[in-house]
Design a binder for this molecule. Sequence first.
Ligand code: UDP
Ligand code: MG
Length: 254
Amino acid sequence: MENQASPAQRTSDLPRISLVIPVYNEEENLLDLVREIRPVLDPLGQSYEILLIDDGSTDRSLQVMRDAAQEHSPVRFIAFEANRGQSAAFVAGFSEAKGELVITMDADLQNDPADIPAMLRLYDQGYDMVIGWRAKRKDTWFKRIGSKIGNGFRNRLTGEQVHDTGCSLKIMRREMTLKLPRFNGMHRFLPTLMKMEGARVAEIKVNHRPRTRGVSKYTNWQRAMVGFSDVLGVRWLGKRHFDYAIRERGGHGH
Ligand code: UDP
Ligand code: MG
């Protein structure tokens, strides 16, 4: 399978699907991640790219990405000069991606690519966004409690009913992602922010696996500290956000 032309290469068209995967010190996970994704995506017959975003890793992640791009034709990567955070990596991925839709996921193998086909089927029923819900979360008790409190608080203050905004496994219409506001932590509010852009959002239960290699990049305390002001910011944005529809265009050049 390694040297086969990918569906993305066989046609000169742009890929339909861009996987957008932020990476911060995940050297031990990256090759297995690509090896897990390909057998799921290849048989779907839809062109795709695997876009890895190196968020300033200090381990060998970037070298592993270079090797992966040599060996696996759907793989592309960009590398930040320095660590800018998961939100920045997602945003850079959205603007770099070529697909009509983006599929976001973590690089540490906690998300399961096997969930993607069902998510795509749901997306194709007429949604702009499909979000994963890690119903059986494989994290420490402490992290699960932290996440429950975070989700409850976020939902209450932003008028939302999302079970699990922290699940990275999501599908989004790419052109909508380009309008999202840029701030650290925005990736935890993607359903709310996408709805502000008019997105129809569906939720689906997905598998979750324990992290077996590398370490988590977050603590509850870090998340809680910034989370509170972020929730107030998104609540404010929801009240002040505007939209407009164009009735007519005129003049030369249209
Ligand atoms: N990540 C990143 N930049 C950061 C922190 C994390 O790109 O500054 C990536 C990380 O490599 C992983 C994903 O974001 O692919 C989720 O991070 P992590 O697994 O540490 O979060 P947890 O699952 O513990 O909540
Ligand atoms: Mg993780």
